[in-house]
Design a protein around this ligand. Sequence first.
Ligand code: GLY
Length: 377
Amino acid sequence: MEKYQLDESVLNWAKDTWEKLSAKLSEEEKRVGSSMPYIPVNGRYEDMGEKALTWWTNGFWGGILWQMYHATKEERYAETARKVEERLDKALEAYEGVDHDLGFMWLHTAVADYRLKQDAVSKARGLHAAALLASRFQPMGGFFKAWNQGPTVAIIDCLMNLPLLYWGSEIGGNPSWKQLAMTHADTAMEHILRPDGSSNHIVVFDPKTGECIDKPGGQGYGKGSSWTRGQSWAIYGMALSYRYTGKDAYLDAAKRSAHYFIANAAMNDFDVVIDFRAPKEPVYYDTTAAACAACGLLELAEHVTEYEKELYVSAAIKLLQRLTERFCNWNVEEDGILTHGSARYDRASDREVPIIYGDYFLLEGILRVLGKDFLIW
Ligand code: GLY
């Protein structure tokens, strides 16, 4: 069902892109199977599940498969997604190596399976993952500890993990998980987001006192800069916290992040670089940030008044259209669709390459435009 009143040309573009996505992902499913793809090398994905089972992106292929199952009703996608989910059990049991990205990993696998197939084992997996995330809560400071090594930090990305707790508290997990998630979102508004709509990536806390002691640079250009994927996590994450709680401050924060993102992206014809505050040269793109922001803007559009929708929907469509005009590899013989994704600013090996989460968000974005998406978050 179409959610938006779209021009015929936009509708045709979205339908055409969906056909291409569908053709390419159909071939990839046969090649990739229950591997856990990340960045293709010479047009082929390697299996991260063999190399690093707890790697934070290991759920995204499952998310792609569940979106494909939902949109096409072809069982093979569900069957392969279930295998990915089962492989992740070892990561859940290992405990060690798993960090706060439990949402990215299990919302896309076990929780999606439960939502679409009502599988009881999948529900239990999702609840286990939620319990692990809840156990990372830092009462002094009020946030979820992001990583296992180094100082105690909270990062903007974690907003995307919170829906695991909102879901868990709704379906029989501990009701306090929702409060913990809201406390984290409140802390993010106070210390991670900036008043101008931009966002820090990392904030360091003293775990004994809860005092915020530093805001270093992260995967963007440097301290005080504006890493674009972080900006997109802010839009989408805050809109999702609003979806599950109805707290107006989260909607306002999502809007501030959206306005900042749209203004900066528009300065560059909606081509998105790795960091809005990096030097003009060299130009390094991050298509994953654009795709994720588009999905966040479409989520935000679902929660605002009719008067406000147009801004977010048309900005999302502009972002997605730039991606399909300039940055897509539709060759079905090669793995990876969205080119020029960047994991971080300072590492050439994973800069301007296809990355699995870019493809996930491109797919989700196009399905959202067509009203065929499934809410994975
Ligand atoms: N969550 C890590 C990243 O966005 O690269």
